[in-house]
Design a protein around this ligand. Structure first.
Ligand code: FAD
Ligand code: NAP
Length: 891
C-alpha cells in the first residue's frame, strides 16, 4: 500500500511545468508532518518533499539494532490533538524504532497526509526570485517548485557524517551506517564485526550486535557517559500524572527547560552531604531517565564545573563496578568533558557487554586508526580482520541537511553557505536575515537537540504557521529578519552559552565532530520555556525584528533586539514580576527590612569558606557587629573591609553573605562585612562615619583577625559602595588608615536623579527610581546631600586608592557609577571600569542565581588581588574553567 502510494505520487509529479504552491515543506519527520497538517488546515496549498520512501525522518533511516528514543515515549509524542493521544498507546517506556515509525505512519494515515507528500524526492537547490518574491526549488524527481514560503524541516540529525577514514572503498566486506541502516534484515550471526563510534547510536547497537556476532571489536575514540535505561512498560506514576491532568502535564512540559515536566531543582551540591548526594544519585541511576539525571540531582550540576565533577565521578564509579577488566573500565570512563556537555546516552547492558568473551574494546586514543584495508581495520599498532564494519560515526548535525541543499540563494543572490562560512547565524533559530520567507525548523539557534524535540518541534511549527496566517490576514507576503535582530540573537545565544557547560566539550553541538566545520555552540541553551516566551514576545511586539511587506500594504518593521538582558537576569526579573511584590518603599523601614530578610531566606546558601566568624568592632559611636570570612588557605591573608547594600536603610553584615563567601574564595582574602548603622534610626552621616571608623579599627587589628598587617582594601555594593568610596576620601583626609584599593559595585555616588539611566531604568529592574528617592529621603536631608560624605562624586578625588568601578546596564545607578569612574580617572587615580552588559542592579551580588555574573566577579577578584600586590592569576575562576583546564584536571 505504501509503495503504491509512493509510485503514484512520483509519476503524478513528473511534469515539466513548475508546480505553484503557497508553501513547500521539506522533510517528512516529526516536524514536516505536523507542519503539513497545520498548513493544510490553515488553507495554504502545501506540498511536502521527502527524500525517503515514506514518512518517519529519523525513524525511517535509523533502523539499526537497538534504536530507541531516549526521552520517555509518553513525552516524545505529538500533543496537538488530545484525540490522537488517546488513540495511540505506547507499549514501552522507551519505544523502539519500529514502534515510533509505526506511530508516525499512524499519524500520516489519520490526517491523510501522504496525499500531499512527494516521496523519493530530494530538494537540491533553492533560489529566492526577487522579481516574483517566491522561492524556486529544484528537485531530483518531478516538477520544480515555485512557492511563496519555503520551510526546511530537514532535521538536525539527518545528514550522516562521512567516515573520514582512508580506505573505506577498499574494504571487501559489508559496510553499514547506523544512520542509513538497510530495510532488509542484516545478518551478523557468526561474523566478525567492527563498530566504529561510541555515541548514542554505537552504545545502543553494540549490546545487540555482540549477541549475534562471533566477534565484536569496538573502536572508541572518545568515551561517553551512559546511563541504564531500565526499559519496560511506561512508568505507572508518569502515566498517572499524565492521565490525571493531561493538559496541565503538557503545558508544564512546554514551559519547562528541557521539554519534560520536571520541577526546577534548587538544592545545590555544597548544601548536600556526600551521603545525600549519593542517595540522590542512586535514585536517579535506578530511575533510568536522562532528563531526570540531568536536571534533578543538584542545581549546579549543569552550570558549574565543580558541581558537575561530583556527578561525573559517581558515574565513573558505576562503570568500574560493572566492567570487570580494569583497563577496559578506565578506557570507557570519560574524563575529557563535563557530564551532559556532550549528549549522554541511555543504554541497555552497554558496559556489561564488555564482560563478554567475544567483545574487545580498542582505545583509539592509544592507537588511532590508520586506514581501512581490504580485510579490515588497521590501527598504528595492529590489524583487525573483520567481515562487517558498522559506522556509528554520527551526523553533520544542525546545519548538515540545510547546507546539503546547495545553493540556497537569498536576496541579492547571496548563498547561505557563504553567509554561514564562519558559523550559522539565525534569528530565533527559525529565520536568516537576507533570506525572506525561508524558515528552518529546529535550525541552529533553536533549543532543538537540547530538549525533548517533540515539544520544540510543535512550538516551532505552531509559531511559523500562526505567523503565516497573521501575515495573510494583514496583507503581507514577505517576512525577513533584520540584521539588528539577528545580531542580537547571536549575542543572546553567546550569553546563554556561557550559562551551561556545553561549550567545554568537543561535540556535534559545537560542530567539533566534523573536520573543518566552524565551531560554536549551535543549539539554544537558554531552555524551552524561555525560548517559547521570547518567540511570543516577538509576535506580540509587532513581529519585533522582522520586516514585513505586501503588495497593497505599507512596509512594517519594528526593528530591535528581542533579548537585551542576560538570560538568567531575564528569568530572575520574570519571576519577580510574577510574584507581584508590593513596592518596597510602601512597606515602611521595618516592613522593608522584614521583607528583605524573608526574601533572602529563599536564595541559595553561600559556598563554604575556611571559616566564618562573628565579632564586634568599634564604630564611630559605639560597637558594631561584623562577620568575617576567612579562606581555607593558610594565612595571614590580605583584608577587604566590606559594606553591604540596602540604601543605608536595609540589610546587615549577613545580608550579602553569598557574595562575601564567593569573593573570599575567589580572591583568597579575608572579607570583613561591617554591620554599620542604618537610617532612619541613624541618619547621615552615621553610615559614612561608621565606614571610616570600622576600616580604621580593622586595619589596626589586622593581625588579631588573622590578616596581613598593612594596607587594607575596601569594597561595597550599592549604598555600601557609597560608604566604601566615602571611606577612601575620609581616610585620605584624616591620615589613615592606609587603603590600597577600592571595589565599588553599582555605587551610589551622587544625589541627582537627572542622568539618563534614572530614566531608562526607572522601573522594571527591581531597584526603581522611586525606591532610590525613598532611600535618600530616609538617609539624608536635602541640605546634606551634596556633602561628599553622601555624594562622593562631589568630593576631591585626587590621591585616592586604585579603583574598580562596576556598573550594570539596566541599573538606575549606572551613569553615576560611570561618572565616578571617569572623574577618578580624570583626577589621576588608576581606575578600571567594568560595564556589565545585560545586568541589573543586583546581578553581580546574586551569586549562584545570576550565573552570568561570574566573569564580572572574576574580574573584580583579579582587581582586588592586584590592589594587594598579588598575581591576578591566583583568582579562582570556578565554573569558567576552559576545556584545557578541564583536560589538565582530568590528567
Ligand atoms: P527528521 O526526523 O530528521 O526528518 C527530516 C527529514 O528531512 C528526513 O526524512 C530527510 O530525509 C528529509 N530531508 C532532509 N533533507 C532533504 C532534502 N534536501 N530533500 C528532501 N528531503 C530531505 N530526539 C528526541 O527528542 N528524543 C529522542 O529520543 C531522540 N532519539 C533519537 C534517536 C536517533 C537515532 C536520532 C538520530 C535522533 C534522535 N532524536 C531524538 C532527534 C530526532 O532527530 C528528533 O527527535 C526528530 O525525530 C526530528 O524530526 P525532524 O522532523 O525535525 O527531522
Ligand atoms: P555521535 O554522538 O556523534 O557519536 C559518533 C561517534 O563516532 C563518537 O564516538 C565519535 O567519536 C565517533 N567517531 C566519529 N568519527 C570518527 C572517526 N573518524 N574515527 C573514529 N571515531 C569516530 O553520533 P550518534 O551516536 O549517531 O548520535 C548522535 C545524536 O543522535 C545523539 O547524540 C542523540 O542526540 C541522537 N541519538 C539518540 C539516540 C537515542 O538514544 N535515542 C540514539 C542515537 C542517536 P568522538 O566523540 O571522538 O568524535
Amino acid at each position: 500500500m505504501q509503495d503504491a502510494t509512493v509510485a503514484a505520487r512520483a509519476s503524478e509529479a513528473t511534469s515539466s511545468t513548475t508546480q505553484q504552491l503557497d508553501v513547500a515543506v521539506v522533510g517528512a519527520g516529526f516536524a514536516g508532518l505536523y507542519l503539513l497538517y497545520r498548513l493544510r488546515k490553515a488553507g495554504f496549498t502545501t506540498l511536502l518533499l521527502e527524500e525517503a520512501g515514506d514518512v518517519g525522518g529519523t525513524w525511517y533511516w535509523n533502523r539499526y539494532p537497538g534504536a530507541r528514543c531516549d526521552i520517555q515515549t509518553i513525552d516524545y509524542s505529538y500533543t496537538f490533538d488530545p484525540d490522537l493521544e488517546s488513540a495511540w498507546q505506547w507499549s514501552e517506556k522507551y519505544a523502539t524504532q519500529p514502534e515510533i515509525l509505526r506511530y508516525l505512519g499512524f499519524v500520516a494515515d489519520r490526517y491523510e497526509l501522504r496525499r500531499d507528500i512527494r516521496f523519493q524526492t530530494k530538494v537540491t537547490a533553492a533560489n529566492w526570485d526577487e522579481a516574483t518574491e517566491r522561492w524556486l526549488l529544484k528537485t531530483d524527481n518531478g516538477a520544480a517548485i515555485s512557492c511563496r514560503y519555503y520551510i526546511m524541516a530537514t532535521g538536525c540529525l539527518s545528514a550522516p557524517k562521512p567516515p573520514e577514514i582512508d580506505g573505506v572503498k577498499d574494504f571487501k566486506g559489508e559496510v553499514y551506517f547506523t544512520g542509513r541502516w538497510p530495510h532488509e534484515e542484516v545478518k551478523l550471526a557468526g561474523k566478525r564485526v567492527a563498530v566504529i563510534g561510541t555515541g548514542s547510536s554505537g552504545i545502543q547497537s553494540i549490546p545487540l550486535i555482540s549477541e549475534q556476532a562471533a566477534q565484536l571489536t569496538v573502536f572508541q575514540r572518545t568515551p561517553n557517559f551512559a546511563l541504564p535505561a531500565h526499559n519496560g512498560p511506561p512508568p505507572a506514576e508518569r502515566i498517572a500524572m499524565l492521565q490525571g491532568d493531561r493538559a496541565g502535564y503538557r503545558e508544564q512540559a512546554r514551559w519547562s527547560m528541557a521539554g519534560v515536566p520536571y520541577p526546577q531543582q534548587t538544592a545545590v551540591s555544597w548544601q548536600l552531604s556526600d551521603a545525600e548526594r549519593r542517595e540522590r544519585f542512586e535514585q536517579a541511576w535506578a530511575t533510568g531517565d536522562l532528563v531526570y539525571i540531568l536536571t534533578q540531582l543538584w542545581a549546579d550540576q549543569g552550570v558549574d564545573v565543580e558541581g558537575n565533577a561530583l556527578l561525573a565521578e559517581l558515574i565513573r564509579e558505576k562503570i568500574h563496578a560493572t566492567v570487570k577488566d580494569s583497563d577496559t573500565a578506565a578506557a570507557l570512563s570519560p574524563h575529557d568533558h563535563p557530564f551532559g556537555a556532550k549528549r549522554p546516552c541511555l543504554d541497555t547492558n552497554y558496559y556489561a557487554t564488555y564482560n563478554r568473551p567475544n567483545v574487545t574494546l580498542v582505545n583509539l586514543r592509544q592507537e588511532p586508526i590508520k586506514q581501512i584495508t581490504a580485510s579490515g581495520i588497521r590501527t598504528d599498532k595492529r590489524a583487525f580482520d573483520v567481515d562487517v564494519i558498522v559506522f556509528a560515526t554520527g551526523f553533520d548535525a544542525m546545519t548538515g541537511a540545510i547546507m546539503a541543499v546547495h545553493p540556497i540563494t537569498g536576496r541579492g543572490g547571496k548563498s547561505l553557505s557563504d553567509v554561514w562560512a564562519n558559523g550559522p547565524q539565525t534569528y530565533l533559530g527559525l529565520t536568516v536575515a537576507g533570506f525572506p520567507n525561508l524558515f528552518m525548523i529546529t535550525g541552529p539557534g533553536s533549543p532543538s537537540v537540547l530538549s525533548n524535540m517533540a515539544v520544540s518541534i510543535e512550538q516551532h511549527d505552531d509559531w511559523v504557521v500562526d505567523r503565516l496566517v497573521a501575515m495573510r490576514e494583514a496583507g503581507f507576503t514577505t517576512v525577513e529578519a533584520t540584521d539588528t535582530a539577528q545580531a542580537g540573537w547571536t549575542r543572546h545565544m553567546a550569553d546563554c552559552a556561557t550559562l551551561t557547560l556545553h561549550r567545554l566539550a568537543n561535540t556535534w553541538y559545537t560542530g567539533a565532530n566534523v573536520p573543518g566545520k566552524a565551531q560554536g555552540v549551535m543549539p539554544y541553551t537558554g531552555g524551552v520555556g524561555p525560548y517559547r516566551s521570547i518567540c511570543n514576545e516577538v509576535a506580540n511586539g509587532g513581529m519585533l525584528g522582522f520586516r514585513l511587506t505586501g503588495p497593497n500594504v505599507s512596509e512594517q518593521c519594528n526593528d530591535g533586539e528581542v533579548v537585551r538582558l542576560q538570560p538568567d537576569v531575564r528569568l530572575v526579573l520574570g519571576m519577580l514580576t510574577e510574584m507581584n511584590l508590593p513596592p518596597i518603599e510602601s512597606l515602611g523601614a521595618q516592613g522593608a527590612r522584614d521583607f528583605v530578610n524573608e526574601f533572602n531566606k529563599g536564595r541559595p546558601a553561600g559556598r563554604p569558606v575556611g571559616e566564618v566568624g562573628v565579632g564586634a568592632l568599634q564604630g564611630a559611636d559605639g560597637p558594631l557587629p561584623y562577620r568575617l570570612y576567612r579562606p581555607a588557605t593558610p594565612g595571614p591573608h590580605p583584608i577587604v573591609v566590606y559594606f553591604h547594600g540596602g540604601g543605608w536603610v536595609l540589610g546587615d553584615e549577613q545580608s550579602d553573605d553569598p557574595f562575601c563567601r564567593d569573593m573570599c574564595r575567589r580572591t583568597g582574602m579575608i572579607f570583613v562585612s561591617v554591620g554599620y548603622r542604618h537610617a532612619p534610626e541613624h541618619r547621615f552621616p552615621a553610615a559614612a562615619e561608621d565606614g571610616c571608623a570600622a576600616t580604621r579599627w580593622i586595619a589596626e587589628h589586622a593581625a588579631d583577625l588573622g590578616g596581613k598587617p598593612g594596607p587594607v582594601m575596601v569594597a561595597g555594593w550599592s549604598a555600601g559602595a557609597n560608604i566604601a568610596a566615602v571611606t577612601c576620601q575620609l581616610a585620605r583626609d584624616r591620615g589613615g588608615p592606609e587603603i590600597s584599593g577600592q571595589l565599588l559595585v553599582c555605587p551610589v555616588t551622587d544625589c541627582t536623579f537627572d542622568r539618563p539611566s534614572y530614566t531608562d531604568n526607572a522601573t522594571g529592574y527591581f531597584l526603581t527610581r522611586s525606591l532610590m528617592y525613598w532611600f535618600w529621603d530616609i538617609y539624608c536631608s536635602p541640605a546634606d546631600r551634596t556633602d561628599p560624605r553622601a555624594s562622593p562624586l562631589r568630593g576631591k578625588l585626587d590621591g585616592l586608592p586604585s579603583a574598580l568601578v562596576a556598573t550594570c546596564e539596566f541599573d538606575p545607578l549606572r551613569d553615576e557609577g560611570v561618572a565616578y569612574a571617569e572623574a577618578l580617572a580624570a583626577a589621576g587615580v588608576p581606575v578600571e571600569q567594568l560595564k556589565a552588559r545585560g545586568h541589573f542592579h543586583s546581578s553581580l551580588t546574586m551569586v549562584d542565581v545570576v550565573i552570568t555574573g561570574v566573569s564580572a566577579r572574576v574580574q573584580m577578584a583579579e582587581a582586588l588581588r592586584r590592589f594587594a600586590g598579588l598575581p591576578a592569576e591566583g583568582v579562582r575562576t570556578g565554573r569558567t574553567a576552559s576545556p584545557q583546564e578541564i583536560n589538565a584536571a582530568a590528567g
